[in-house]
Design a protein around this ligand. Structure first.
Ligand code: HEC
Length: 108
């Protein structure tokens, strides 16, 4: 009987440790949408994988010219100007728009 109790206790410790391991993995995952990944999939065709500009202007220093709100507005409404046409609605989820606008506003 004592052996069984010991075995159960050992098992509980092992399960407890592995549960902690999983928890640690979860907490290292980034919170919210991954802005960099979104930009690479949704914006890079026109603005470049490194924001260096393609048919759209470079965005690697966009934070020096536009605020987070300005950028969010361009993403939502699109923009037609001297360079060309950026279609509206490349992002539709508000949390993604916010995350991308914040990420780009930090590029100065
Ligand atoms: C189909 C091509 C295309 C896609 C896709 C695109 N853009 Fe654009 N974007 C443009 C063009 C062209 C302009 C320039 C419009 C003009 O003439 O002022 C522009 C302008 C901008 C500007 C304003 C730059 C400035 O200097 O005023 C921002 C900010 C921007 N885009 C962000 C984004 C983000 C973020 C995404 C992805 C969610 C994205 N764009 C996707 C083509 C695109």
């Amino acid at each position: 009987m004592k052996k069984l109790v010991t075995a159960v206790l050992m098992l509980a410790v092992v399960i407890g440790l592995s549960a902690c391991g999983n928890k640690a993995d979860n907490t290292t995952a980034p919170a919210g949408p991954n802005a960099e990944a979104i930009v690479k999939t949704k914006c890079a065709t026109c603005h470049g994988q490194n924001l260096e500009g393609v048919i759209g202007p470079k965005l690697n220093d966009i934070g020096a010219r536009l605020t987070k709100d300005d950028i969010a507005k361009v993403i939502k409404d699109g923009k037609t100007g001297n360079i060309g046409v950026m279609p509206p609605g490349s992002l539709t989820k508000q949390d993604e728009i916010d995350a991308v606008a914040e990420y780009l506003a930090a590029k100065k």
